[in-house]
Design a protein around this ligand. Sequence first.
Ligand SMILES: Nc1nc2c(ncn2[C@@H]2O[C@H](COP(=O)(O)OP(=O)(O)O)[C@@H](O)[C@H]2O)c(=O)[nH]1
Ligand SMILES: [Mg+2]
Length: 249
Amino acid sequence: MAQDPPPGSIVTPDWHRCAESKDFFDRIMHKKKRKQFGLLESPMMAPHVAVNTVHYKVLLSGKSGVGKTSLAARLAGLSIPNMHYETTGIETIVLYWPVKLKENGRVLFFRLQLWDCGENALRRFDHLLPSCKEQVDAVLFLFSFTDRTSFDDLPNQIARWSEPSDRVVKMVVGTKFDLFMHSDVTQREVMQFQERQGLPVLRTGAEASDGLGDVAYFLNCLAERLWHQDCMAATLDSCPTHYREGALI
Ligand SMILES: Nc1nc2c(ncn2[C@@H]2O[C@H](COP(=O)(O)OP(=O)(O)O)[C@@H](O)[C@H]2O)c(=O)[nH]1
Ligand SMILES: [Mg+2]
């Protein structure tokens, strides 16, 4: 498995705060809220601005109630459900996120298709897991800080994805971090887990604002790992896999 890049080593961190990024972020915002893109829609830049779009499939995995649907909504800038309804099958959400590569200053739009599948549906219908796994680029393993069993279950979840391990970005996400007063999982345990598994652990929680600040770090980390994985694969195959629009220059 490729060694993880340190955060901020591949894409410019906090680029959304720089004036030069405004034109790009304006394409994913509307009236200070995130724009929603249908399956056939994409951000439109002026013709003279050549921006490549890279496509990835990202699966959210975790016990029922840990916050998969909420995380997908948060990342896409949708409102977060207050009530918990078990997701009945597979739901997908598409989001776009512009990043600037540190190496050469090029801007890329990451098109992330988030797959959110209800845990009970996964157990009842055998055909769902193979379609979730098919051509998946990243898996986010979720646990909730308020549900000890979801944390203890992580090794099982990760084991489900042992193959093909070298072409799937894996990240662990601790949800409901805003409820840390009721936390069943200590920071020390999280650190130990991180060291043992060699996987990064991100934390989410609290009210999502309409801005980009609360998702920027998360999406940049994910984009960075996806890009790194592609570059490593391209070195091996000498054929980058995720360019669908425009050529790699
Ligand atoms: N306080 C808090 N509640 C959350 C968070 N994420 C999810 N929830 C709540 O937890 C419940 C289950 O979330 P949901 O996304 O439906 O879980 P799923 O079954 O994994 O899709 C819902 O009532 C959400 O509002 C969070 O980060 N903080
Ligand atoms: Mg759900």
